[in-house]
Design a binder for this molecule. Structure first.
Ligand code: NAP
Length: 482
């Protein structure tokens, strides 16, 4: 049996787990135990990275014995059944006070379930969202741990040592109890979907509107990256657009099949938002845009449907590019505002004390949506922790007010040109819906009352009312709702 010598362990030696283990091993004071279901993967990692000084095990018992008590193990295996299998193994060899961390992409409701079950054994369970892909895992990810405050006390310093650093601060914070960390990671991914779709729409509009080449558009994105849009996603977009395919000499973007894949976290964000009643329309449109792209039979069948009868031209290319930049910024603000609304609603529903400003802070480095802009979100919540919608914070209101004329011109142009802009246009509709004095929801309530006696409230009186639609159409006060 191995001697207890490691202060932290990692289970799962695929790309994420091995990189995270190497990251841990590179930090002062850590000795890292590793284990993987198939022992050959463990052996390969040990021989490839001798400098890490891994303490390798080929059984879960040996792995547990190699850890100093209280034991801490981070699971980085295939989310779902794989995670459950490893948790079941660990609970047989770990003891009360030990800590199991699930760093995989778990659905937050699974994390709530697992935390409850593991807690009954006296073992701590922490669901931690980890963002940044394989490079982040190796060099410093953004980490979103849930779980108990007690577990955070032990785990916090270790996670702080391996997290990305933004403006001198580690990109990790205790998000809240049980599933809070995975919930916030899910929202991060939902926002990431929206951000990517918005950037893609901006590219498409500029390309089709001005005829600029991908390389020229790459230069535009590089320029944008120096201003308020500065972000990792804008930066990598320029890199992708600049890439030339070695086989054909074409821009790579032109030889990639235009069907976007998805691993499901965007869909989870939208499904959860539907349950919570939160309109995350920008994120939803981004998820649906990927679904639409991946329906070749339907797209082929519809490809001869007519587009606009008049031709669309851009008179001033520079002015159009600037309009698109502003539309992108305004739509991005809406996407983040919607994502944070969902965090607020989730925190209320599941009793999590989530500090919104701190979430924006830990997304400034390491993760896919990292951006300067997140500082403005932290400031907005620091100024007003009870902010009801991010877009109503003074900085964002000003930004959207300045951008809105350009935003409207772009959405109009897209519609006239027949260029799909689901995220741009739904964000604008959301903005107009939010700021409207009166919405046609009043008519919807009338319709609901007509066919289902669902009742309505009046603008000028307390109470609930129903019109006797199939009677004399007089109004009565209703006591119960249907
Ligand atoms: P992965 O392909 O998702 O999973 C492979 C790993 O899971 C292998 O170590 C495999 O062991 C293990 N595994 C699968 N089923 C198992 C079971 N029933 N029992 C025990 N072990 C099992 O690996 P990954 O891409 O490194 O991702 C790991 C986790 O990080 C996932 O939850 C993923 O969603 C999350 N994540 C990934 C990224 C990313 O960019 N890739 C980013 C953030 C988070 P064997 O070698 O024995 O098959």
């Amino acid at each position: 049996m191995a001697q207890a010598q490691a202060n932290i362990g990692v289970i799962g030696m695929a790309v994420m787990g091995s990189n995270l283990a190497r990251n841990l091993a590179s930090r002062e004071g850590n000795t890292v135990a590793i284990y993987n279901r198939s022992a050959e993967k463990t052996r390969a990692v040990v021989s490839e990275f001798p400098e890490a000084g891994f303490v390798a095990s080929e059984s879960i018992e040996e792995f547990a014995a190699s850890l100093v008590k209280p034991r801490t193990a981070i699971i980085m295996v295939k989310a779902g059944a794989g995670t459950d299998a490893v948790i079941n193994q660990l609970t047989t060899v770990f003891e009360p006070g030990d800590i199991i961390v699930d760093g995989g992409n778990a659905l937050f409701t699974d994390t709530i379930r697992r935390e409850k079950a593991v807690r009954e054994t006296g073992i701590n369970f922490v669901g931690a969202g980890i963002s940044g892909g394989e490079e982040g895992a190796l060099k410093g990810p953004s980490i979103m741990p849930g779980g108990s405050a007690e577990a955070w006390e032990t785990l916090g310093p270790i996670l702080k040592s391996i997290a990305a650093v933004a403006e001198g601060e580690p990109c990790v914070t205790h998000v809240g109890t049980d599933g809070a960390g995975h919930f916030v990671k899910m929202i991060h991914n939902g926002i990431e979907y929206a951000d990517m779709q918005l950037i893609a729409e901006a590219y498409d509009l500029i390309r089709r509107g001005t005829g600029k080449s991908p390389a020229e558009i790459a230069d535009i994105f590089t320029e944008w990256n120096k201003g308020e849009l500065e972000s990792y996603l804008i930066e990598i977009t320029a890199e992708v657009l600049r890439q030339v395919d070695a086989k054909t000499g074409q821009p790579l973007v032109d030889v990639i099949v235009d069907q976007a894949g998805a691993k499901g976290t965007g869909a989870w964000t939208v499904q959860t938002a539907l349950d919570l009643g939160i309109p995350v329309s920008g994120i939803a449109e981004a998820v649906f845009a990927r679904s639409l792209s991946s329906k070749p039979a339907q797209r082929a069948a519809a490809s001869s449907l007519p587009g606009p009868s008049s031709e669309w031209t851009v008179d001033d290319a520079d002015a159009f590019v600037e309009d698109v930049r502003q539309a992108l910024y305004a739509s991005k603000i809406i996407a983040y505002s919607q994502g944070f609304d969902e965090i607020v609603a989730g925190a209320e529903e599941y009793n999590w004390d989530i500090k919104k400003g701190d979430i924006a802070k830990i997304w400034r480095g390491g993760c896919i949506i990292r951006a300067q802009f997140l500082n403005r979100i932290t400031e907005a919540y620091d100024e007003n922790p009870g902010l009801v919608a991010l877009v109503t914070a003074p900085y964002f209101t000003d930004a959207v007010s300045q951008a809105q004329d350009a935003w409207r011109r772009v959405v109009v142009a897209a519609a006239q040109a027949g260029i799909p802009s689901p995220a741009f246009s739904s964000s604008l509709s959301y903005y107009d819906g939010l700021r409207a004095d009166r919405l046609p929801a009043a008519l919807v309530q009338g319709q609901r009352d007509f066919f289902g006696a669902h009742t309505y409230r009046r603008v000028d009186a307390e109470g609930t009312f129903h019109t006797l639609w199939s009677g004399d159409r007089s109004e009565i006060e209703a006591t119960d709702t249907h």
